[in-house]
Design a protein around this ligand. Sequence first.
Ligand code: ZN
Ligand code: ZN
Ligand code: ZN
Ligand code: ZN
Length: 267
Amino acid sequence: MSNEKLCAGCLRDNEENIAETWCSNCSELVCKFCAKVHRRFDPPHKIVQLNDLSENNFSLIESSKYCGTHSDQKSVLFCSQHDQSICDLCLSDDHANCKSIISIERAAKGAKEGTAADDLEKRLKDIGTVARTSLKEVKTNVDSLVKQKSDILQMVSTVRKEIEKRLDELEQDITEEIEKQYNTCQQRVMEQKIVMEKQEKELMDRNSDINSLKLCTNDIQFFQTIKTLDVSTHQYETEMTTKITRISLEYEPNEEISKLLAALKSF
Ligand SMILES: [Zn+2]
Ligand SMILES: [Zn+2]
Ligand SMILES: [Zn+2]
Ligand SMILES: [Zn+2]
């Protein structure tokens, strides 16, 4: 609705005058001048300041004047049988056989003193209470959603930390175990190395011994010495082939770990 409200009576006479009041009897906007005229009718018309009428109520009064089915027709009749305000068209269309058709003026008589308004007020109050209760529930729901989200995220974070903690412990245990094994193995390999180095040196020495023996001995001495060396050399040979075993770290990942990884990927 435009802010500029014009007097309906003056408009009919092709004059534009601002209306700040409304005639309740005629149900139309009236200018200052026309308001004075309406007040002088017998009985006087009731003139209302537009400022006293909310925009909502003004639209409501204006639209209620017209028939709900035929928007260009004013409701001038009331069908008691259907409890409905109707227009002339409605009367011939849908209420031709209704018995209790009365004028809207008659139907409205005593409306302000009657129980209809009280009933409506009570119903509105009841709906208001329901609406407030529903609003409260919705607000509670909003808060509850926030809390649910935070709880779930907190839980996920806690589970993750527990898993990480356990994995850290496992890694720590395995690291310590492997470190211990490594030290033992390394010690054994070093012992083997020392033995092997010693044997290698002895063998080299023996080779050069044989060369010098050839120069310093007669055949018998050489033969006998060689035989002695043959026995001890045989001992070396046996030791060399049996003694050296490959030393490795032993680590078999727990088979549950690969199952766990597979399970994690399936989540
Ligand atoms: Zn006027
Ligand atoms: Zn009037
Ligand atoms: Zn109608
Ligand atoms: Zn009817």
